[in-house]
Design a protein around this ligand. Structure first.
Ligand code: ADP
Ligand code: MG
Length: 235
């Protein structure tokens, strides 16, 4: 059974169908990449899946349970963590306090929370800096902190919206290594523009165009798909 399914999802803004009858199946234990040109509806789709916005029509199913109407905080408790494209870090709080705050959304017991915070900081390599103010971090480290905010919730599905945006080549390589290492602890749904990253980490790729699914499959089948090549990969 897929971990997460979307069936016929529709979301319009005014006259524009940002998400147009989208079906999606995210299999457990995989890295699933969402790609497509700017404005294709990638962020809208993950906003629907995480509950930040509600669909006009269609269904979202998590492990067999219909969550289409569940509010975002409930979906966090059910195991869906989501990091925003625009930074969601509080600059005047320490790194540790930022991660603790995110942990509170999921964990009730203090011990479990402290352990999850340690684990999340270790995983992204920020343990040594935990007492620093988040606002003092370099941009690349802030992006790592955002991932820690997701990991600390021990999600069964971690949704990342363009985690490597704005990073230099060396930093992008940290993220490739990190995303590969995360696969053993959570399923990943990843919006990513950098095709080198997508090809390095994805098991499955879904291509969106004009709010619709243009193609979905393994990296090889997507790379050799003629419609995808002309729409997106540029040749
Ligand atoms: N809150 C909103 N209000 C109005 N239009 C929106 C809103 N969010 C997204 N859109 C529009 O929906 C389309 C898809 O946007 P988006 O999902 O952000 O695409 P992507 O993430 O693939 O770049 C775009 O045309 C965008 O302008
Ligand atoms: Mg987007």
């Amino acid at each position: 059974m897929p971990l997460l399914e979307a069936h016929g999802l529709i979301k319009s803004f005014g006259g524009l169908r940002a998400t147009d009858t989208v079906d999606l199946a995210v299999e457990p234990g995989t890295v699933h990449a969402l790609i497509g040109p700017n404005g294709a509806g990638k962020s809208t789709l993950v906003n629907l899946l995480s509950g930040r916005i509600l669909p006009d029509a269609g269904r979202i199913v998590l492990q067999g349970q219909d969550i289409s109407k569940a509010p975002a905080y409930r979906r966090v408790q059910m195991g869906i963590a989501y990091t925003f494209q625009i930074t969601s870090v509080f600059p005047n709080m320490t790194i540790e306090a930022n991660v603790e705050l995110a942990a509170m959304a999921r964990h009730k017991a203090r011990d479990a929370m402290a352990q999850a915070v340690d684990h999340a900081l270790e995983t992204v390599g920020l343990s040594d800096r935990r007492q620093q103010l988040a606002g003092d971090l370099a941009y690349g480290h802030q992006r790592l902190l955002e991932i820690a905010l997701g990991i600390v919730q021990k999600p069964s599905l971690l949704i990342l919206d363009e985690p490597t945006q704005g990073l230099g080549d060396a930093e992008v390589q940290w993220f490739v290594d990190l995303l590969k290492s995360l696969r053993s602890e959570t399923t990943l749904l990843l919006i990513e523009h950098n095709m080198d990253v997508v090809m390095a980490v994805a098991d499955t790729i879904t291509v969106l165009q004009f709010g619709r699914v243009l193609a979905s499959g393994d990296p090889e089948s997507i790379q050799s798909n003629a419609a995808v090549q002309s729409a997106y990969l540029g040749g």
